[in-house]
Design a protein around this ligand. Sequence first.
Ligand SMILES: [Ca+2]
Length: 243
Amino acid sequence: MKMKYLLLGSSITTLFTGLASATVTIQKTNPTPYRTTGLNSFVTSGGQMGGMVVTVTFSDSSTATETWVETDAISGGAVVPDRFSLTQGGLSNAGSTYYNDWTLTNNDPTASITGFSINSRPGDTVFDTKLPDKGTPGSDRGLNFAITNATDGPHNAWVFYSDSLRLTGAEEAVGDTFLQLDVLLQKPSPGSSTPLSAGESLSFMQDTDSALIEGDIIQVPEPSTGLGIGLLLSAAFFLRRRK
Ligand SMILES: [Ca+2]
């Protein structure tokens, strides 16, 4: 789980939603920028997100990681039989993540799920958040993470988006598209019950889009202060030796 978060302005929002979630707190950060040639404006479903890396964290501090696989044209998931399953797909609009939710199930016999992370980049996939609307060209409308149902009652969620994506040629990211999603779960009354318990499921909405070209989400080189200082020291050393 990434802990290096830099605030992108005042982008913390707390939303009070229905029974499924007590509060959802959203934070957008930008530690590592990426670029891509273009994004589709069509639907992306679980059937187009193969390669994403899903990591689930449990109450005993253990983690389980699995790569997303496409199970058919409109659905897919990451499954570790005795630990967790995360799936997405549906019948509405070819399984689109804009209309169909994701389901996280705790398959662990004892430990609760306290959070999860998705690195969407290896799946040529990007998380498209709600604002700015419609934001990055080709991304169209997006959706923020929102819990739609949970079999064990309401959950609070802290949602971190990081690793922003911009289109190649754009000076900076628009602020709606990200490649890393980290979610921390907590029951609204700490101490009274645990987050997603063994055998329970939680469903949520989160819009995604796809890169137009496979393997075309590329990290943007940033000027490195460390390297600059290193070069200066090397130059100073070289000049001293020459004297
Ligand atoms: Ca968008």
